[in-house]
Design a protein around this ligand. Structure first.
Ligand code: GTP
Ligand code: MG
Length: 169
């Protein structure tokens, strides 16, 4: 019989980088070109690591809009994992870096952080080179991925990578 362990995961990053879109692709395999800005949303998804082990993600999808920024610590304080998202076609990488710094100062030191460059389907409009994300992640000891919530490319695999890093009792 399979044993399920629950972990809390939070998504952070500037507004419109695609946090909600990544979660809805992962949880419901859905995508919409028109998505309203989030205040806060809670979703769950369970993945199996092997035939005996399942991981249940309890996901807080947070607001990227600046006016809700002060709420973020409520969501990341008890998180086991954080997905920090930027949009490879927009200037959102600096904001992602500042979320990393904030987690390093304020989150649980054991938190697993994954940096994600989203909107990989818009490669022709890329502004942030893959190497820039990769290098920063390596320097800071973060997991790194690029993905597209629109095509689904890289989405499931990024959550699986996080699942593999979480401490099973
Ligand atoms: P806030 O809730 O305001 O913080 O924004 P968010 O980060 O949750 O962004 P959201 O998922 O709402 O997506 C913003 C816009 O980007 C929407 O119009 C999405 O359809 C679009 N979008 C999200 N992911 C992708 C992607 O991978 N590719 C493309 N082309 N568009 C995307
Ligand atoms: Mg959102």
């Amino acid at each position: 019989m399979s044993r399920t362990t629950s972990f809390k995961l939070v998504l952070l990053g500037e507004s419109a980088v695609g946090k909600s879109s990544l979660v809805l692709r992962f949880v419901r395999n859905e995508f919409s070109d028109f998505r309203e800005s989030t205040i806060a949303a809670f979703l769950t998804q369970t993945v199996s690591l092997d035939e005996n082990t399942a991981i249940k993600f309890e996901i807080w999808d947070t607001a990227g809009q600046e006016r809700y920024k002060s709420l973020a610590p409520i969501y990341f304080r008890n998180s086991n994992a954080a997905v920090i998202v930027y949009d490879i076609t927009q200037a959102s990488f600096e904001k992602a870096k500042s979320w990393v710094r904030e987690l390093q100062r304020q989150a649980d030191p054991s938190i697993v952080i994954m940096l994600v460059g989203n909107k990989l389907d818009m490669e022709s409009q890329r502004k942030t080179p893959r190497e820039m994300g990769e290098r920063f992640a390596q320097e800071e000891g973060l997991l790194f991925a690029e993905a597209s919530a629109k095509s689904g490319d890289g989405v499931e695999v990024l959550f699986m990578e996080i699942a593999k890093k979480l401490p099973l009792a």
